[in-house]
Design a protein around this ligand. Sequence first.
Ligand SMILES: [Fe+2]
Ligand SMILES: [Fe+2]
Length: 290
Amino acid sequence: MDITVTDLVTFLGNVPGFKDLPKTDVEEKIIPIIGISQFDPGQAIISQGDAPHTLFIIYKGRVHGKTTTDDNQEHHFFIHEGNVFGESALVSNKLRRSTVTASSSTTCLTLDIDTFQHIMMRDWRFTKAFFILIGQRAIERLVKVEIETYYWSDKFKIGVTEVDDQHKRILESINELGEFINSAKKSDNVKWRIQTFIVEILNYAEKHFHDEELLMEEAKAPWLEEHKQVHQGLADDVIGFRDRIAELSDEGEQLHILEQMHKFMADWLIHHIMKEDAKFGDFYKNLATH
Ligand SMILES: [Fe+2]
Ligand SMILES: [Fe+2]
């Protein structure tokens, strides 16, 4: 990917932690030390327990983070284009607390922590901007997950009816999963129902992926293989959640993982539709008009 200095200045002008800095400082101090890394869907970018030496800014794509706490609870978070991750390493020399993987094909700008800390030490504006960012993140991650309802809207339509109908149905299944989580908190013996729910949602998602991939193949979409990889990544993650739930005997813990899976699937689906599937929608429309 060709990225010019002008692209970087414009881009960083919208990134938390960088947007409050004078443009000339960004251009003279930050851009010369920036690196660019490319990650495939499913590829690990940082692993829990690694020594921190890089700060990442997502230029294109999105990532999925997972933190396992000392008491073995899992927490999931998602970071999208135009945002920073790995920033806590800026203030503590502790090992990475989370594993972060690319959810789609992802381009990251990278900053070497040592060099960056050196800049921070010499300029209080950098330090202030990053301390604010780190504080906000810490608060966001402490907020308890509420089960959200996701409403279908025209902005999700990619213009291929068969695909739109299936997307709508997956979103409805995600909402049904949310309702199930809320009701399951009040009842007993939910374990087998959780497994049935996951199997159903996974089967339908896999059917959808298959149908969508077939349409792409027929249309000779050049990115088919990459798109297949992204679909497979979701299926693998859902299987990961399912296996994790199967290992647990406490129903409260199972529901906690299911809540994380609910949030994960909704985030994944909405962003996947609006970025990657929408690209196919445009491609398909172009084919029809030529
Ligand atoms: Fe897709
Ligand atoms: Fe899709």
